[in-house]
Design a protein. Structure first.
Lengths: 309, 315
């Protein structure tokens, strides 16, 4: 037996995981505590918000505003009062419109541009790609952007929230990288069979890129649903306000919600805190509903751009 | 007629026309998206001319008076409000680089070292969530937790302790902003580091383990050097953003703490320009800020190349 063999023989008793020695007990306990704390920091505030929005008015008043665990049953009156017409309901409709229409437009324009840029060697391809890449390097600035929106006559129109952000250069680059990575045999054979450029894109390119389109769709959708500053800047008419601005008014700035702001006339108003938490919940829940379906594609969507771009 | 009947320039023209015709379906697909980028990314650049004007919205750009570099005097002479905004911006950027930036690296290292994939995915699913919350939601949640009548103070009062004042406190404002940024984005920022970590060659670890390296030494000599390129890339990008800190976040919370503690460059441009009507001066500040930011990115990229790193782009 050579010396080297003896050496490895001695080390063989050590268990390796992914090339690393097994962690010791203190390390494992330390990591468990650390991860529990950071998960708790994320989860607990949401639990408090959900519980307060669902607790009965008596319980909220007795707890002095906040309930961590409702013990006296669940009461949906806060949700009923904000969803039965009035400011919040209207804002919800506006937000839904901005999100659905905006995401559809954004996905279509981003994917078509990404597809066109992925067709290397076509006329003007390099110049267009360069224009997209350079636009990543600078930000047009707040005041010039405002002047342009004003000049296009978009002030006080919901399009001012949708159009300026509907093509993100970064997303275009991500989609382009993904399209370039598609097997060229499939596309070429379809082209030989006489498929038009649009058909190649719509029937072959898009269906093969569902993962990345889903992730980018989520990013656009969340961006539109969360759009706050664009709305604050461009929309003066408070009847066109999306949910985020209403949330700011009633929850962050703490403006009292009166019966005239809500639809359910005649009913006794639930406690302010319950209503506030219910508004907060309806702005969080749609995101939480879509998130799990798209989460598994994150790595793919985020990283194709970073690695290949 | 054969090809030889054309002069070279005619042939080139013809080939441009044929190529244009041949590729027109592709170009048609590119047009809508390009128009948006040109309209909202390039076209606004022209609006920067009002930095050289005494711009009045009712006169418009064509009729407002040209004032040369007068608007830039605010910056050059050091208007106290402007200097305060610069100071706050730089302090916040420094805090974010030193405290906020390394946090996801630590979390990613811990997640990467987990043995169970299920557990790792579970934790990832939870800690990515706050990234998708708007700043309005984050600020609202922080108020509900830390505010005067929030969860923590409720509990403290209920158990006979004095409540703590975090929300609306001038002294705690920077700490508050920092903790909000960390709550929102630390989890999400791990995604890039984790991806890079998963690409580090396993055999490096195995070889070093055979040589008797402990876990700590492996982390120090293999894992961290593997993360170096992505760390440098992110720091370059961060440098370009160093004059841009927490705009929406601060706008939402400025009321409670006042301008002295909270004004940054972006809020200065918004408050003085769009709200206050000093369009020209604000545009000048915005223009200088954009130019400096661009110079910082290009400069940092160059330095990274000198140091033999990849940087953001080659060239």
């Amino acid at each position: 037996m050579s010396r080297v063999d003896q050496l490895t023989e001695g080390k063989r008793r050590q268990v390796l995981v992914g090339g690393m020695p097994m962690p010791g007990r203190p390390e494992r306990i330390g990591k468990a505590v650390f991860l529990t704390i950071i998960c708790g920091l994320v989860v607990f505030p949401f639990i408090g918000v959900i519980s307060t929005s669902l607790a009965t008015p008596e319980e909220v008043i007795r707890a002095g505003g906040f309930v961590m665990l409702p013990t006296h049953g669940i009461d949906l009156s806060a949700y009923r009062s904000i969803l039965s017409g009035g400011t919040v309901t209207q804002a919800l409709v506006v937000s839904a419109f901005i999100t659905v229409v905006g995401t559809a437009i954004a996905l279509l324009l981003t994917c078509t541009l990404g597809w066109a840029l992925s067709r290397r060697g076509t006329f003007g391809n390099k110049a267009l790609l360069l224009l997209v890449l350079i636009s990543l390097l600078f930000n047009p600035g707040l005041i010039p952007s405002y002047l342009v929106v004003q000049q296009f006559g978009l002030l006080n129109s919901l399009w001012s929230v949708i159009l300026p952000v509907c093509v993100s250069a970064f997303n275009v680059i991500v989609v382009r990288a993904y399209f370039i990575g598609l097997p060229s045999e499939v596309i070429d054979s379809a082209r030989i069979d006489g498929a038009s450029e649009w058909k190649l894109f719509w029937y072959i390119g898009l269906p093969l890129s569902k993962a990345v389109v889903a992730v980018i769709g989520l990013f656009y959708g969340v961006g539109y649903w969360n759009s706050f500053f664009g709305a604050l800047l461009y929309l003066n008419d408070s009847s066109k306000w999306p949910l985020q601005l209403v949330l700011r008014t009633y929850v962050v700035n703490g403006v009292e919600i009166g019966a005239q702001d809500l639809g359910g006339a005649g009913e006794a108003l639930p406690p302010q805190t319950s209503i506030q938490m219910a508004i907060l919940m309806i702005s969080v829940v749609p995101i939480l509903c879509v998130y799990p379906f798209i989460q598994r594609h994150f790595a793919k969507g985020v990283l194709t751009g970073a690695v290949k771009g | 007629m054969t090809d030889a009947d054309f002069t070279p320039s005619e042939r080139r023209k013809r080939s441009i026309a044929t190529r244009l015709w041949r590729d027109s379906p592709v170009l048609l697909l590119a047009i809508p998206g390009m128009l948006i980028i040109l309209a909202f990314q390039y076209y606004p650049l022209w609006g920067n001319v009002i930095a050289f004007q005494d711009y009045q919205p009712y006169l418009g750009i064509n009729q407002s008076l040209w004032t040369g570099f007068e608007n830039f005097a605010t910056i050059v002479r050091g208007d106290p409000e402007f200097l305060n905004a610069v100071k706050n911006t730089l302090i916040l950027t420094a805090i974010q680089t030193v405290i906020v930036f390394p946090a996801p690296i630590v979390v990613a290292l811990v997640l990467h070292s987990l043995l169970s994939n299920k557990l790792r995915q579970f934790v990832q699913t939870i800690i990515y969530v706050p990234h998708f919350m708007s700043w309005v939601i984050v600020v609202a949640v922080f108020q509900q937790v830390l505010g005067g009548t929030g969860m923590i103070n409720n509990w403290l009062r209920g158990h006979g302790y004095d409540p703590i004042h975090v929300i609306g406190s001038v002294d705690a404002f920077r700490a508050l902003l920092t903790s909000q940024v960390m709550w929102k984005d630390t989890g999400w920022a791990t995604i890039l580091f984790l991806a890079v970590l998963s690409q580090i060659d396993r055999s490096l670890y195995e070889a070093s383990a055979v040589d008797g390296a402990s876990r700590w030494r492996q982390t120090w000599h293999i894992t961290l050097p593997g993360l170096k390129p992505i760390i440098i890339l992110l720091l370059i990008l961060k440098l370009g953003d160093s004059l841009t800190v927490g705009f929406e976040q601060i706008i939402l919370q400025q009321q409670g703490v006042g301008v002295d503690a909270s004004e940054v460059l972006d809020t200065y441009v918004y408050n003085n320009g769009i709200l206050g009507g000093s369009w020209g001066v604000s545009a000048a500040v915005g223009l200088v800020k954009s130019v400096v930011a661009l110079a910082l990115v290009l400069g940092a990229n160059k330095i990274a190349h000198r140091l033999g790193e990849e940087g953001v782009y080659r060239g």
